[in-house]
Design a protein around this ligand. Structure first.
Ligand SMILES: [Zn+2]
Length: 81
């Protein structure tokens, strides 16, 4: 079973504008701390990248569909989507 590895960074030369990114070839998520406003914001990005990890085996959905699934999951608790 694959494991997700998460790196929390205080800065990045290559991901300066991103909040987080998931690399499916290495099962690595990078969370750029400085691009978040609060702890809850960091948890949201961590959840986002973790869902990318969980969906990576599904070859029937593309990246845009993954983003849509993650968006809907984030708002599902409030029945807003
Ligand atoms: Zn994403």
């Amino acid at each position: 079973m694959d494991k997700l590895r998460v790196d929390f960074r205080t800065h990045s030369r290559t991901l300066s504008g991103d909040r987080g990114v998931f690399y499916d070839t290495s099962n690595r998520a990078i969370i750029i701390l400085q691009n978040h406003e609060c702890f809850e914001d960091i948890l949201s990005t961590l959840q986002h990248e973790t869902i990318h990890f969980c969906l990576k085996e599904d070859e029937n959905i593309d990246e845009e569909q993954e983003e849509e699934i993650i968006y809907r999951m984030a708002w599902a608790d409030l029945d807003l989507v």
